[in-house]
Design a protein around this ligand. Structure first.
Ligand code: DP6
Length: 329
């Protein structure tokens, strides 16, 4: 077998309606559907090369060798691709080289872009020609939120019933609604407890059942807000959903407190600006950094206010992004 190689690019995404907790941890079947927007200015570019001269899988991120845990997670994911492809030909070990243009592990969903790019580059390198739905299902197995980084623009991950039906679809393309996401980086310290360790314990919070029972209503409001470009409806439902998820996280056993004092300060400031008529809202993933979303037309005003606040070490700006894509050879 000669070298088989492919390179893919995928964007991370920010969820308006959050994924938290699995029905099946192995298959990453979620306890609720979720909705997000891809972030066009941020990307992961990944090259996968299957090579029968290799004796093990290897992973580099931004040029540095990754540790055992990250390499093992990628290796388990490549096993899924090998199992799919071995029906057609012999596939052996792979080298995976990944580059991010954004900081990892601090509330920016680097695993979403990473596994979306890996699903596309890995399956193409293995000679598979998967559809968007098949790629979204595959990416989901690596990281749940990665299922939403396969289609373009504004995406909904349908909870589904099983492995075949739990996948993301695009609700609207990136050009549908020029929103801006400012990621206020408060800490680039790698988070101590990541999402994968947190999901299996969601059910230890008595609030998880109440949260998931009320998700379908919020999904409907969010979907309609996106389709109608209704910013205030999107703002209300997204802030509420983020707080509900963090209430579950904080009441899990053991508890996960991702908010730092600077995060809460920003959450309150942005809510006050909105009450004063500036269209903007906040949402937080599994980390202290705060995503501040606004219409592109309000972005300069929001940015100048954010720049006056203490504790923000970096401000990353992005509009909506397209689907994961292969780089031409
Ligand atoms: C808080 O997709 O990172 O960002 O499947 O274990 O990789 P794994 O978890 P991950 O969880 C994301 C959780 C979240 C909310 C969201 O993006 O929906």
């Amino acid at each position: 077998m000669s070298d088989q190689t492919a390179t893919a690019i995928a964007h991370p995404n920010i969820a308006f309606i959050k994924y938290w907790g699995n029905r099946d941890n192995e298959l990453r079947l979620p306890q609720n559907g979720s909705i997000s927007m891809n972030l066009g200015s941020l990307h992961t570019r990944t090259t996968v090369t299957f090579d029968d001269a290799l004796h093990a899988d290897s992973l580099t991120v931004n040029g540095a060798n990754s540790g055992e845990a990250a390499t093992a997670r990628v290796s388990r994911f490549l096993d899924i691709i090998r199992a799919l492809a071995n029906q057609r030909n012999e596939i052996h070990f792979a080298s995976v080289e990944s580059h991010n243009n954004f900081p990892m592990g601090a509330g920016i969903a680097s695993s979403a872009a990473a596994f979306a790019a890996l699903a596309l580059a890995g399956s193409a390198a293995a000679g598979l020609n998967l559809s968007e739905s098949e790629l979204s299902r595959l990416a989901r197995r690596g990281s749940g939120s990665a299922s939403r980084s396969i289609p373009g623009g504004f995406c909904e991950w349908l909870m589904g019933e099983d492995d075949e039906t739990s996948l993301a679809i695009s609700i609207a393309p990136a050009a549908h609604w020029p929103l801006t996401d400012f990621i206020a980086v408060l800490s680039t310290e790698h988070k101590k407890v990541g999402s994968s360790a947190g999901h299996p314990l969601a059910g230890t919070s008595p609030f998880q059942a109440a949260r998931t029972a009320s998700v379908p209503e919020r999904l409907l409001i969010c979907r309609n807000a996106i389709l109608k470009r209704d910013f205030s409806a999107l703002a209300e439902v997204s802030e509420r959903d983020s707080t509900l998820m963090h209430a579950v996280m904080m009441t899990q056993e053991p508890p996960l407190f991702y908010w730092e004092p600077a995060s809460l300060n920003l959450i309150k400031k942005v809510a006050a600006w909105r009450a004063d008529g500036l269209p903007c809202f906040t949402t937080l993933d599994a980390g202290p950094n705060v995503h501040v979303l606004c219409p592109e037309t309000a972005a300069d005003a929001v940015e100048s206010r954010l720049r006056t606040l203490p504790g923000i070490t970096d401000l990353i700006r992005s509009g909506p992004g397209g689907p994961a894509r292969l780089e031409p050879v």
